[in-house]
Every structure is written in structure tokens, then in C-alpha cells.
Ligand binder design. Structure first.
Ligand code: GLC
Length: 571
């Protein structure tokens, strides 16, 4: 293993950080209208700090008709009234910083709402000054009655939407009310980059880039090649029987990643970062970052969503990610977010496995992203399609119900309400999500809220929450865990049971190592620690207990225990 070289003081903060994703609509409602809001989030910042997370990523709360709950923006500079005011937004940024924490905003650069003033202008006539802000084309075949080409949206079906008023079609990569912007128009690019600068200037520390892989479409508007793939996957975003050659991961989008990074790097003290929601093979995703990290700082790696929670499968995945994202690149494992089945579903709703996932997530190399509620072990919350609020569910109504669990196993969710339940804070009215006299929450409370809530788990050292907190604290105090290189170790026992790796951080001043042993079985597994170098302090920490023990001799891993031996060999 080579040394990390960079001095601790030279390490960018975002490489060592930990991120907690808040879906603002579902986190905390202070005003009592049943919808979470920014003042509600401010009320709960002390909890996030207590948990031990440094950075908060907020899903969008800008002005929006909320047809896709904020991912359809009608004004990037103002706040949707149900979430609060600009003043609340500034206060939130300040309050986060006052606690020594960082904040990431969600930037939807690819498209706007169809209610954005640009689009209202654009669709008003063919010669409007904003017409070219979006992608308009004539239809083809007899009298323009068919879409301009065969391109499919990310959700299947043609992504072209017909506008009768001007007798042309506009392109939407996602839902019809989310028209794509035309980045080949320099005015569009300039305006969007100014918007990015605006929020960085307001003190935002990082940006999550929504469906960044769709930004540029091929200027030829040629048909996409046909393929045999029906269902898109995280490493092959084509599907619906075509390759997304001209609609996703265009070379111009890769170039734009570097241009955007240049803009973000205009801001320093502190430095900022961008993390992309992009889909493609590991090689392609690495290109987004650039060979030496001059593009997107991080990209989400969704393959972890589909990887079985087993020692061998995860070992293979770690090997792949390590090979594809060596230093100075940095992998970003995804275990859940506001679009995906709750992670507990893949864990068979087993709390012991959830405690082990906390150990894996906080010890593997890469920036951990924790989706709100996952730190409690909240289960997936199936909801009837008939009452769904998510616009996607309408689209997927035709899929027979019996197939939904299999799709969820692949990380695909057709009703995203199911992972957006109000955060359960305590067992009282509205689970503490909203004041007792508030309107009904916008989505039904999670059925486990009465007992799987923050108040109950805070008191319980055996809770999933306690494991998350323990592992976060351990990671925060260890340079090896937060910034060290990773090497897979031969498992000390049956490789189907134990996953093991070593993290090493080294610079001219320090040498720290952490050996990680994760027991993916329901039986006890003895491990031999006598091979560890002697003569230095070594302590064994566990996801299951607060008190470290001396790490020498034989240790018996409990079922689903994650143990970390920390060694500081700084002379
Ligand atoms: C991203 C977001 C998702 C949103 C979509 C369109 O995938 O995560 O929530 O609906 O883009 O903006």
C-alpha cells in the first residue's frame, strides 16, 4: 500500500466528511401544515450534530409547483413558501456553520419546471427570445405527427412532448413537466453557472448534481441505436430497447463536469465540492471525476444498492470500486436515498444487519452518505399506489404488484413515497414530526413510528442509532478510517462469514492503521489478533459496544459484529 503523502492539514475537508441527507418535506414541520420546512430543520440540527455527521445534504426547497416535490424548479433564487423564506434559508446556512457543520444544496441543472418563466416564454411562440433555452424540434413522418426521433426518456416512452400551440416537440429526459435546458445555448449555460455561483457565494459548501449525466444531448438529434435491454440499470442507463448513446453521458457532459468544477473551485476558504448523480460503467463514472480528480469531486456509485449484503459479494464490490477509484479519486457507496427502497428491505428488516451496515459504511474508503431515518433502521414502508403522491407511480401503474418486490431488490422504486415517510422523533402525536395540533402529515406516518423513533433509540445502547453514532464517532477521530488507503485482507475465518480490510493513513508526521473485521453471520467467529504488530497501543472498537478493549490475542466476533482495531504508530 502506498502512502497517502498529503499532510493532514492539506487534506480537503470533503474527503474526510460524512453526509446526512434530509428530504425537507419529511424531516420536521415547525409551522404545522403537515409539510416539513426549513425552520423545522433548524430545530433539529442539534440532533444531526449529536449523531456525529458533519455535512447535511438537503433535497431541493426552491420555488416549485411541487409536481416532483422540488425537482421541478420554477425559480432557483427563492424558496417555496411551504418550506420558508430566504431569510430562513440564510439562517439555516448560518446555523449549520455555527455548529461547525457544512451544507450541500441539490442543484437541478438539467431541467426546470414547465412553470419556470423561461419555459412559459419559450413555449409561447417559435420566435420568442427564450425559445432556444429548451430543446424544440419539428416532428417527423407524415405532417410532423411523430416525435422528432426515437429517443426515450429515463422512465421509458418517448421523451418528446408535443406542444399544439407552436406545433413542435420539446425534450424532457425525466417527466413531461421537466423540460430539459439547452446547454448549447451560451446564455443558458451562463445563467445556470451564475446561479451556481450565487449559492456558493451564500456560503453553500457543496452541490449534489441531479441527473447530471443527461445535461448534453447530441446536437445531431440522430436516433439512439437499438438494443435488447429492457430495464435500465445503474451501470447501463440505456434500456427500453435502446442505448442512450445520444441522450446520456455525452462527451460534452464529461467536459462540462470539468468546467463546472472550475466554477466551484473559484470558491475557497473553505473549498467546495460537487457530487454527481450519474449512471454508467465504473470506467465511465471515473471519467466524470477525471484521471487526477479535476472533474466532479465525487460520483454516486449505485451498484452497492444491488449488491447482496454478504461478505463475499461486498468484498468483490470493494475490490471493484478500489480498482476504479484509486487515490486521489474517492468512491461513494450508495445504500439509500429519496428515490430508492429503504436499505432495511435489502437487509431483510434485520436490525443486527443494520448495525453491521453502519460499521461497513463508516469504515470503508469513501464519503458515507446516510439517508435520514436509515440511522434508525426504519423499514421500507409499502403504500397503496391509489393514494400515491409521487408522480412516478402514475407512470408505473401498469406494472403488476407481484413484480414490485423483485424490482425493489434491484434498487428500483415505482412509488417513492415509500421511502419518504415523516421522520419519527418520538412516540407522541405525529411522531414529533409536526406540532400536536398540526394538519395531517403530507404522507402517512411510518407504521413503526411508535417504537422506532429517535427518543426511544437515544436511550438504548443496543439500538441501530447507537451503532451509527458509535461508528461515526470512531471514524471522525481516526485518520486511517476517514482518509486512509484500503487493502482487502485475507479473512481470518471463513470468507463467506467475515469481510476484512486494512485502512492505513501515513504522512511525514503520522502513521495510523485500522484493521476492520465484519462478521456477516449469525454465529460467533473467533479471530486471531496475534499477528498484529506489537509495541504500539492497539484498541478494538465495536459497533455493538461503547468501551474499547485491548486488541491482542484472540477475539470472538459476536454475530453481526463489526470490529475495528485502531493502531497509532506515530513515533
Ligand atoms: C433525480 C432525483 C429525483 C428526481 C429526478 C428528476 O433522479 O433524485 O428525485 O425526481 O432526478 O429531477
Amino acid at each position: 500500500m502506498s502512502s497517502n503523502k498529503a499532510l493532514q492539514s492539506e487534506l480537503p475537508w470533503w474527503k474526510r466528511t460524512t453526509v446526512y441527507q434530509i428530504y425537507p418535506r419529511s424531516f420536521s414541520d415547525q409551522t404545522g401544515d403537515g409539510i416539513g420546512d426549513l425552520p423545522g430543520i433548524i430545530d433539529r440540527l442539534d440532533y444531526v450534530k449529536w449523531l456525529g455527521v458533519e455535512t447535511i445534504w438537503l433535497s431541493p426547497f426552491f420555488s416549485s409547483p411541487q409536481a416532483d416535490f422540488g425537482y421541478d424548479i420554477s425559480d432557483h433564487f427563492t424558496i417555496a413558501p411551504e418550506y420558508g423564506s430566504l431569510e430562513d434559508c440564510r439562517c439555516l446556512i448560518d446555523e449549520i456553520h455555527a455548529r461547525g457543520m457544512k451544507v450541500v444544496f441539490d442543484m437541478v441543472l438539467n431541467h426546470t419546471s414547465d412553470q419556470h418563466p423561461w419555459f412559459l416564454e419559450s413555449r409561447s411562440s417559435r420566435d420568442n427570445a427564450y425559445r432556444d433555452f429548451y430543446l424544440w424540434r419539428d416532428g417527423r413522418k407524415p405532417y410532423g405527427a411523430a416525435p422528432p426521433n426515437n429517443w426515450r426518456s429515463m422512465l421509458g416512452g418517448s421523451g418528446w412532448q408535443y406542444d399544439a400551440e407552436t406545433d413542435q416537440w420539446y425534450w424532457a429526459s425525466f417527466l413531461p413537466f421537466q423540460p430539459d435546458l439547452n446547454y448549447r445555448n451560451p446564455e443558458v449555460k451562463r445563467a445556470m453557472l451564475e446561479m451556481v455561483r450565487h449559492w456558493l457565494g451564500e456560503g453553500v459548501d457543496g452541490l449534489r448534481l441531479d441527473i447530471f449525466n443527461a445535461i448534453y444531448k447530441d446536437a445531431s438529434f440522430s436516433d439512439n441505436p437499438r438494443s435488447l435491454r429492457a430495464i435500465p440499470s445503474e451501470d447501463n442507463p440505456g434500456g427500453f430497447f435502446q442505448r442512450a448513446l445520444h441522450t446520456q453521458n455525452h462527451p460534452d457532459t464529461l467536459a462540462f463536469a470539468r468546467e463546472l468544477r472550475g466554477v466551484v473551485d473559484e470558491f475557497d476558504q473553505p473549498s467546495r465540492f460537487i457530487v454527481g448523480e450519474v449512471f454508467g460503467s465504473a470506467d465511465l463514472l471515473r471519467e466524470y471525476c477525471g484521471p487526477t480528480g479535476e472533474g466532479l469531486n465525487l460520483v454516486f456509485l449505485f451498484k452497492s444498492l444491488r449488491t447482496p449484503f454478504r461478505a463475499r459479494a461486498l468484498r468483490k464490490l470493494i475490490g471493484e470500486f478500489e480498482a476504479a477509484f484509486p487515490e486521489p479519486l474517492h468512491p461513494t457507496y450508495v445504500f439509500g436515498n429519496h428515490d430508492r427502497p429503504r436499505q432495511m428491505e435489502r437487509l431483510g428488516n434485520d436490525l443486527a444487519r443494520a448495525r453491521l451496515l453502519a460499521a461497513l459504511q463508516m469504515t470503508v474508503r469513501g464519503v458515507p452518505f446516510i439517508y435520514y431515518g436509515d440511522e434508525l433502521g426504519l423499514s421500507h414502508h409499502p403504500m397503496p399506489l391509489e393514494t400515491a403522491r409521487d408522480p412516478l407511480s402514475e407512470r408505473f401503474r401498469f406494472i403488476p404488484k407481484v413484480l414490485l418486490p423483485a424490482l425493489r431488490k434491484r434498487g428500483i422504486l415505482t412509488n417513492r413515497d415509500e421511502c419518504r415517510s415523516p421522520m419519527p422523533w418520538h412516540g407522541g402525536p405525529h411522531a414529533g414530526f409536526a406540532p400536536p395540533d398540526a394538519a395531517e402529515p403530507w404522507l402517512p406516518l411510518h407504521p413503526q413510528s411508535a417504537f422506532m423513533n429517535v427518543a426511544a433509540q437515544r436511550e438504548d445502547p443496543a439500538s441501530v442509532l447507537a451503532s451509527y453514532r458509535r461508528m461515526l464517532r470512531l471514524r471522525n477521530r481516526s485518520l486511517a478510517l476517514s482518509a486512509g488507503e484500503l487493502a482487502l485482507l485475507d479473512p481470518p475465518a471463513d470468507s463467506s462469514k467475515v469481510l476484512s480490510y486494512r485502512r492505513v493513513y501515513e504522512d511525514t508526521d503520522r502513521h495510523e492503521a485500522a484493521d476492520v473485521f465484519l462478521n456477516f453471520s449469525k454465529t460467533e467467529v473467533p479471530i486471531d489478533l496475534r499477528h498484529l504488530p506489537r509495541g504500539s497501543e492497539a484498541r478494538l472498537y465495536s459497533n455493538l459496544s461503547d468501551v474499547p478493549v485491548e486488541a491482542y490475542g484472540r477475539h470472538v466476533l459476536r454475530p453481526w459484529e463489526g470490529a475495528v482495531v485502531l493502531r497509532d504508530q506515530t513515533q
